[in-house]
Design a protein around this ligand. Structure first.
Ligand code: SF4
Length: 300
């Protein structure tokens, strides 16, 4: 069973039933998993706790990876002596880097919607909760709205870098975050979907080109920029900025661009940043490291 084919049907359903946006997603989860509402809420709370922990871990523990490409960027931004951002914005960026670094260093994260984009929802939701003193329950409702957004994008485009490029991963995560933020701050359904549309418009065309095939560079910094775009889009939507192109058409555009993207830009590490001289050098170094740590019996 599908939830909704598109955003238009979701909007119409909520208009007809007067249900809040999260309600049909909750009911879908109950049906799909054959569980009670209480169990679903408990699962959402556990997921959000893991997200909060990822942010804290990335900002308090050593975040360096074997490749040398990950090196405590979350902590660096959090403690930066020279700032160009407001304190809240600085925290948002630091948290996005930190949570994603936890994933790159093999720590525990929530892959929402994917591990590659796992810094976006934690950083945006933790920061909006702090800014507006929101209860966890409201954030969990926002997470359900985010899940509904992801299901529709997955149906009509993709959530995977290997299928649709990075627009499908960090772009979708940013769209989920933007919709959740507007929902949590009391925006109308039109404003929630406008935030999704504006975010997609800002992320369209982004290729997937991970250096050495590791989900580190540019993935970590892209989580931070996607979090920033989620924030700017939600601000625009809440202020009444009109997306002009309806959200369903934005998703269609994402699907069309993803389909026409060359294979070298779809997680193959054959194009873009992965194909640069420095990217190639790092790939060689990582390959040598991998051979060195192979047990003797597998080398012979
Ligand atoms: S560059 Fe590719 S692997 Fe990295 S976050 Fe984007 S989609 Fe994921």
């Amino acid at each position: 069973m599908l939830l909704f084919d598109d955003f238009k049907s979701w909007q119409q359903h909520c208009k007809d039933t007067q249900e809040p946006l999260f309600e049909p997603v909750l009911n879908y989860e109950i049906q799909q998993k054959n569980r009670t509402a209480e169990t679903i809420w408990d699962g959402m709370q556990r997921a959000y706790t893991v997200m909060k922990e990822a942010v804290l871990t990335g900002l308090s523990e050593d975040m360096t990876s074997r490749s040398g490409m990950v090196n405590n960027s979350g902590k660096k931004v959090y403690n930066a002596p020279i700032t160009v951002l407001s304190p809240e914005f600085q925290k948002l960026i630091a948290r996005a880097l930190a949570a994603k670094e936890v994933n790159s260093c093999m720590g525990r994260i929530v892959a929402a919607p994917t591990a590659g984009a796992s810094g976006i929802l934690p950083s945006t939701l933790v920061t909006i909760q702090e800014l507006h003193n929101l209860p966890d329950r409201k954030i969990l409702e926002g997470l359900l709205v985010a899940a509904g957004i992801a299901l529709i994008i997955e149906r009509n485009a993709s959530l995977a870098g290997a299928v649709g490029g990075c627009q499908a991963e960090t772009g979708s995560a940013a769209a989920m975050a933007a919709g959740a933020i507007v929902y949590c701050l009391g925006g109308s359904t039109e404003q929630v979907f406008s935030a999704v549309a504006i975010t997609i418009q800002c992320m369209l065309g982004l290729v997937c080109d991970p250096v050495a095939g590791l989900v580190e560079v540019p993935c970590i910094v892209r989580n931070a920029s996607a979090a920033a775009i989620a924030y700017s889009s939600s601000q625009m939507a809440l202020a009444g900025v009109h997306a002009v192109i309806p959200v369903d058409e934005c998703v269609q555009a994402m699907g069309e661009i993803g389909e026409s993207m060359e294979t070298r830009y779809k997680e193959t590490a054959l194009g873009g940043l992965a194909a640069t001289p420095t990217g190639q050098q790092i790939a060689k170094k990582v390959l040598i490291q991998d051979i060195e740590i192979l047990p003797d019996e597998t080398v012979s």
